[in-house]
Design a protein. Sequence first.
Length: 85
Amino acid sequence: MTEMNTTWIGQLLTVVASTDPTLIGRSGNVVDETQKTLTITENGHECVFGKSAIQFTLNGGSTVLKGSSLRQRPEERMSRNYKEA
């Protein structure tokens, strides 16, 4: 099972690339996921990111996940087969 097929809630998300340069480097624990957004807590505040605007890592890993490729509901994403990058 890859990072794309696991639940992301409770994991540390770090934005490594974005169409909005102010988002790069932001990180926090994932508290919610929808089809188009990820919500993290950063310094006690909730921040909502559009999946299509970010590329990110989970728990400091080396695999960069492209949010635009993962725009499904969490329950659909977990059962889907992805090609390895």
